[in-house]
Design a protein around this ligand. Structure first.
Ligand code: ADP
Length: 265
């Protein structure tokens, strides 16, 4: 689609070219996203309102129902919180946004996320093995680094079998930082392996929901990795396990210095 703007006097012509198909596709993606988010938000909201009403119309007088329904209300509120947090992360990628690279102590970042996941790790009797030089540092935006580790590790926990294993491996090469998160869980069928990076795509919706999944985690990880010029590779076999390998380029020292100046100002 082209617009011609002519100027008879000067004889000059300005041509503005639009790729309407691209613009329409982007608009449609936005509409789909808003539709999906609204749909996902509705479920916990309906549930919170429903249980609150039931309590008010008498169930609060029964201590057992009171306790059970309040638990559900709390659980659904947490789910709303997760959905909103993930939606904000996704929205960040819709616009160019500033990143603030800093030196990250990789081992302590992994430790921090594992501490957060500890109750679920214990509940599922999982063993976690971490391989990597504890002194390793890597320059990256800390919030984005946290998003990568948190989402991959959370999945390794919630899609694992009881008594399963998780292996986290990290290290630096000349040009890259590499992170491997492997589990001995339920695995991902071959047909779904490409699709799990799509927003809201879930192999088993019920299992994801039950464990507080939003269906946005891997799309967030992929967006961060791609923007950083890295890659994420998935190997998985049903009933055997899943391995995600993330490779992120190390920035030359000069670029880091520039970025940090930007971040500080
Ligand atoms: P969710 O919040 O549902 O976990 P993600 O975007 O993180 O959303 O993952 C999308 C889907 O990919 C999950 O619902 C699950 O079906 C599948 N998946 C992701 N990680 C794993 C894993 N480690 N093992 C098995 N399935 C996984």
């Amino acid at each position: 689609y082209a617009i011609w703007i002519g100027d008879e006097e000067s004889g000059q012509v300005v041509v503005v070219l639009y790729d309407l198909a691209l613009i329409r596709a982007a608009e449609q993606m936005q509409l789909d996203f808003v539709g999906n988010v609204s749909h996902e938000l509705k479920t916990p909201i309906t549930s919170i309102a429903g249980f609150a009403e039931t309590l008010l119309s008498g169930a609060k007088n029964d201590p057992q129902s009171l306790d059970k329904f309040l638990q559900i209300i709390l659980q659904e509120s947490n789910r709303l919180n997760d959905l909103v947090t993930d939606t904000i992360s996704v929205a960040r990628f819709a616009n160019p946004h500033p990143i603030h690279p800093q030196k990250i102590q990789v081992n302590s970042e992994i430790g921090r996320v594992l501490t957060m996941l500890r109750p679920r790790i214990i509940e599922r009797d999982l063993s976690v093995q971490i391989k990597g030089d504890t002194d390793t540092t890597f320059v990256f935006d800390p919030a984005e680094f946290d998003d990568i580790i948190k989402n991959l590790l959370t999945n390794a926990v919630i899609y694992n079998h009881h008594g399963g294993e998780i292996r986290v491996e990290y290290g630096l090469s000349d040009k890259n930082f590499r992170l491997v998160v492997a589990d001995t869980g339920i695995g991902i069928p071959e047909d779904d392996q490409q699709r799990v990076f799509e927003r809201f795509y879930r192999v088993d919706k019920m299992r994801s929901r039950r464990n507080g999944g939003t269906g946005l985690g891997l799309s967030i990880v992929q967006a961060i990795v791609q923007r950083a010029g890295g890659e994420i590779i998935l190997h998985s076999q049903v009933a055997v396990g899943t391995t995600f390998t993330v490779t992120l380029p190390r920035k030359p020292a000069k670029e880091i210095a520039n970025n940090q100046t930007t971040a500080d100002t």
